[in-house]
Design a protein around this ligand. Structure first.
Ligand SMILES: *Cc1c(COP(=O)(O)O)cnc(C)c1O
Length: 386
């Protein structure tokens, strides 16, 4: 039975397998024995390998141990967890913050805490899978609106009973497309129809906004969106996630979010490294400047080569291909040319939109990015894509 299904996936060019990265996850890494330039990491600011984060993790591990030993509500809340939540609230200028083991866990805990059966959720079609799973778990009715389609969202809001408890759910930066949710317009709709807006800023945190506070800062709507979630495993280079918002919401989540309550607290070393990451993020804005310079250089280069690109407004720059098989062929060819940029296929992205999703970091050098562009040119011409 498993074998049949695996064979089917393989025939459809949708089979996935794990690839071993045998070195630190830097801009150059060893992938299955080959030294390659990595264009597939969300470690946007290079913090995952930063000595200060490593040292913070080691010191906290020496002091508090490797594992937390229990869930947060039992005996798992250690000083690094409290420090991290205080640091997140300061960074985000909210009253409080709550840390979860991962972004996936945060979303499947947050949404069912906010809404239940009888409620209505309106979610962007390209929302992250963890948001969709959170919506399904909640038991509320889930309606999906076309990607960034404000007119459709408006009409869905207008048609519902105005008293119906309603959540609008969106990514801040869409993870597979790199474009942004129209947050000012979404806030305006939420306010007009008395709905609540849930923003997942996994890829915005540390990347978007003058101070790296995320997509809410980028659009100047922080004061109008009382809470949001984001992750620590991307630009912050560690692991875990948070909800930042009013004290009352955080206390409520401590009491209701099942993926917070019924799971072992994150390791103290990871929490301590996240505190160091937040400090670095604020102390070294030049990292973000380098990231955006690199991103602009690379996007301009890909465009000039004639590739069809998604409408990215972030360091996620997808090269649209279409059929899974062709996306796989391009990824394989790029790997042979020393570039690791895997194919993203359904069900992660809609049918007919298989792509090579590239991500740029602050740590890539100009030479590396130009080498990647040369590989894209060669592979693209060979395959008749450009
Ligand atoms: C990566 C991601 C998540 C999941 O976060 P993890 O910490 O990796 O579990 C959630 N939402 C979005 C939009 C993401 O890109």
């Amino acid at each position: 039975m498993f074998e049949d299904r695996l064979r089917e996936l393989e025939e459809q060019h949708l089979l996935r397998r794990l690839r071993l990265v045998e070195s630190e996850p830097g801009p150059v890494a060893t992938v299955e024995g080959r030294r390659v330039i990595v264009m597939a990491s969300n470690n946007y600011l290079g913090l995952a390998t930063h000595p200060l984060l490593k040292r913070a993790a080691i010191e906290a591990t020496t002091r508090y141990g490797v594992g937390s030993g229990a869930s947060r509500l039992v005996s798992g809340t250690l000083p690094p967890h409290q420090d991290l939540e205080a640091a997140l609230a300061r960074f985000k200028a909210t009253e409080a913050a709550l840390v979860f083991g991962s972004g996936y866990l945060a979303n499947v805990g947050l949404i069912p805490s906010l809404i239940g059966s009888g409620g209505l959720i309106l979610a962007d079609r390209l929302c992250h899978a963890s948001l969709i799973d959170g919506c399904r778990l909640s038991g509320a009715d889930l309606r999906v609106f076309r990607h960034r389609d404000l007119a459709q969202l408006d009409s869905l809001l207008a048609r519902r009973s105005p008293r119906r408890d309603t959540l609008i759910v969106t990514d801040g930066v869409f993870s597979m497309d790199g474009d942004l949710a129209p947050l000012p317009e979404l806030v305006a709709l939420a306010e007009r129809y008395a709905a609540r807006l849930v923003v997942d800023d996994a890829h915005g945190t540390g990347v978007m906004g003058l101070h790296g506070r995320g997509t809410l800062e980028h659009f100047g709507v922080e004061s109008r969106i009382p809470f949001h979630m984001g992750t620590l495993g991307k630009a912050l280079g560690t692991s875990g996630a948070y909800v930042a918002g009013p004290q009352s919401l955080i206390r409520y989540l401590v009491n209701t979010a099942r993926s917070f309550i019924y799971t072992t607290a994150p390791p103290p070393g990871t929490a301590a490294a996240s505190v160091a990451a937040l400090e670095l993020l604020q102390a070294e804005p030049e990292r973000r400047a380098r990231l955006w310079d690199n991103r602009n250089h690379f996007q301009t280069g890909l465009k000039a080569l004639g590739f069809r690109l998604a409408e990215s407004q972030s360091p996620i720059i997808p090269v649209l291909i279409g059929e899974p098989r062709q996306a796989l062929t391009l990824a394989e060819r790029l790997l042979e040319l020393g570039v690791y940029a895997p194919a993203i296929r359904p069900p992660t992205v809609p049918k007919e939109t298989s792509r090579i999703r590239t991500t740029v970091t602050s740590e890539h050098t100009r030479e590396q990015l130009d080498a990647v562009l040369a590989a894209f040119r060669n592979a693209g011409q060979e395959l008749g894509l450009i």
